[in-house]
Design a protein around this ligand. Structure first.
Ligand code: PRP
Ligand code: URA
Length: 206
């Protein structure tokens, strides 16, 4: 299932990120803010468990999150989504997947992986601002499924229809969340209109 998070604040901030003249500092700040807003929506259906707590006044029957949350950014650009979500879910654990996309073949290559121990019982949020061909997201989800992950949500900023289709085909059990679904991929595998190379814009490498 794909959910496009149509919210005026998300759209406004994403527009600032799309502008080619937006500099690293503002690009990152808008990304942080969007990540927090997206987290709120992505976590809307998280399961709760009943608990009884003692308030200063009386006993209170209430609820807490049932599962641990694990954030799994796809390096590099996925790192840009971590802080904004972590601010809302400070107890989240963080795993890392290092993938880079070969510029010619567009095939993702793994260079790093490090995860917290219990992916099996956690709600795993795979983070990457860009869902282009879908190759990186599919490889990342393959990796965490091999390590036992069952409940997985893919959180991206901008998606191309090609990438959404590919992830849905490879991993129909994974819910996809986007701030925007763009038009198409160009011949270099960039999302159109997109926002350019997210990693370079976050880390100021170009
Ligand atoms: C970008 C982006 C995604 C991937 C999307 O990363 O952050 O991970 O490309 O493309 P795909 O859907 O076609 O796989 P890139 O490989 O450029 O690495 P970087 O984040 O280190 O810049
Ligand atoms: N990766 C990016 O950073 N941008 C795109 O448009 C496609 C892949």
């Amino acid at each position: 299932m794909v959910t496009i998070l149509n919210h005026p604040l998300i759209t406004h901030k994403l527009t600032q990120m799309r502008k080619k003249d937006t500099k690293t500092k503002d690009f990152k700040q808008n990304l942080d803010e969007i990540a927090g807003l997206m987290a709120y929506e992505v976590c809307r259906d998280l399961p709760l468990k009943p608990v009884t707590v003692q308030t200063p006044v009386a006993e209170c029957q209430t609820y807490e999150l049932l599962n641990e949350i694990v954030l799994i950014p796809i390096l590099r650009a996925g790192l840009g989504l971590v802080n904004g979500i972590n601010d809302l879910i400070p107890t989240a654990k963080v795993g890392f997947i290092g993938l880079y996309r070969d510029e010619e073949t567009l095939v993702p290559h793994e260079y790093f992986a490090k995860f917290p121990s219990n992916l099996k019982d956690a709600i795993n949020l795979v983070l990457d601002p860009m869902l282009a061909t879908g190759g990186s997201a599919i490889a990342a989800i393959d990796m965490i499924k091999k390590r036992g992950a069952k409940s997985i949500k893919l959180v991206c900023l901008v998606g191309a229809p090609e990438g959404v289709k590919a992830v849905e085909k490879a991993h129909p059990d994974v819910d996809i969340y986007l701030a925007a679904l763009d038009d198409h991929l160009n011949e270099k595998g960039y999302i159109v209109p997109g926002l350019g190379d997210a990693g370079d814009r976050i880390f100021g490498t170009k």
